[in-house]
Design a protein around this ligand. Structure first.
Ligand code: SOE
Length: 378
């Protein structure tokens, strides 16, 4: 097996999901490449060492530039905060490294464009970690739509609800709370959560033409976690938007971190002329499917338990009836990336494909300010 030497940047939540995926992928997928956990890079060297010994990284770097210079690294995996993605990715592309970048691709569309230009100029394989596409039930939803089973699509409805920022005592900024700081995250729920919903939506239902949005920041000031100073909150706490897809369908998208009781409720429903589909992250191995062509007496919503060998990805796991979970979606993403290297057909979404989501987020945030319909930029 060919070695694929990985240099990971960032050891937070996503550093763990990615490391787990690199470690497991060859146990379950027959591939020509084997990821090797060569180096973990983070500013806090002590913590990086702890992470390295826990996950099996061979070495530690505290400067990502040094990591990129290393000849023994083939692939740079960016799992550091959003405001670091562009600089690292552009330098990694110049150094000829393959790049996997955590979502969202960039702080905004124009910055994302510079990243696309860099990877395309350097012709290096690249991908953005939009993992929910790789939930088998979500991939099955895409297959059913592509096969035309739904017929003309009328509606797309998506939500991503959380409740972890309701307390006014929660500070903003710093290692674990950078998602609350727009200078580091780019935006709030729009870039963090709606980006997932948008990525899945455009993958399944095609491009969005225009959007009309509203956002709210419910708690206006919070203490900064590092300085202790009370500062204005710069992110959107909640965002809801209407969208028109290019195929004529209408959509609603909603996300908030203020939906008491919901921790990570990502759901979507698609209604077509012949059939409908619904999916829910809290029950991620199931796909709800209603087919109007069924005989009337037995027609109803089917609850498909997506665990069988002929359903996406499942032949690689256990036996029919036994389900998999969240972490496996990252394993699928690595498997697909490697298959892309083998076949020469890049795994999706590439930086270029993920750029579309970035421009949709930009239009959403712009519309919330202008209070008008906004077209999607390029
Ligand atoms: C935020 O809480 C978060 O961790 C996102 O950053 C992830 O992308 C999402 O999958 C789960 O929620």
């Amino acid at each position: 097996m060919k070695k694929l030497n990985v240099g990971l940047i960032g050891y937070g939540f996503m550093g763990r999901t990615h490391s787990n995926a690199f470690r497991k992928v060859n146990n379950f997928f027959d591939l020509e490449y084997q990821p090797v956990l060569k180096a973990i890079c983070a500013r806090d060297e002590k913590k990086a060492r702890g992470f390295a010994s826990k996950w099996g990284y061979e070495s530690v770097e505290s400067d990502w530039r040094r990591l990129i210079e290393r000849d023994d690294i083939d692939l740079i995996d960016i799992a550091s905060p959003n405001n670091t993605h562009a600089e690292i990715a552009i330098a990694a592309a110049k150094a000829g490294k393959m790049i996997m970048c955590e979502k969202p691709l960039s702080m905004d569309g124009p910055e994302g464009k510079t990243m696309v230009a860099a990877v395309e100029k350097a012709k290096v394989p690249n991908m953005v970690w939009y993992n929910y596409r790789r939930v088998p039930a979500v991939t099955l939803a895409k297959q059913l739509v592509d096969e035309g089973r739904l017929g003309k699509i009328f509606h797309y409805r998506a939500k991503f609800l959380q409740d972890w920022t309701i307390s006014p005592d929660l500070p903003q900024g710093g290692a674990a709370l950078w998602r609350l700081d727009a200078k580091i995250a780019g935006s709030g729920v729009t870039g963090d959560l709606l980006a997932h919903c948008i990525d899945t939506a455009i993958w399944i239902n095609g491009s969005i033409d225009k959007v009309n949005a509203m956002t709210e920041t419910f708690i206006k000031e919070r203490k900064h976690n590092l300085t202790g100073k009370v500062q204005k909150v710069s992110i959107d706490d909640a965002c809801a938007f209407l969208a028109r897809f290019k195929n004529g369908s209408l959509a609603t998208f909603e996300s908030t971190r203020y939906a008491r009781g919901h921790k990570a409720l990502y759901t979507f429903e698609i209604n077509g002329e012949n059939a409908s589909i619904a999916w829910d992250l809290h029950d991620l191995h199931r796909l709800q499917y209603f087919d109007h062509k069924d005989e009337g007496r037995v027609r109803g919503w089917r609850n498909i338990h997506v665990t069988d060998g002929d359903q996406p990805y499942m032949k690689n796991w256990w036996v029919p009836g036994l389900q998999i979970g969240y972490e496996h979606t990252f394993v699928h993403q690595v498997a697909d990336f490697i298959e892309g290297l083998q076949t020469g057909k890049p795994a999706s979404p590439t930086f270029r494909e993920a750029l579309e989501t970035q421009f949709i987020c930009d239009a959403v945030l712009k519309s919330a300010k202008t209070e008008r319909w906004e077209k999607i930029g390029k």
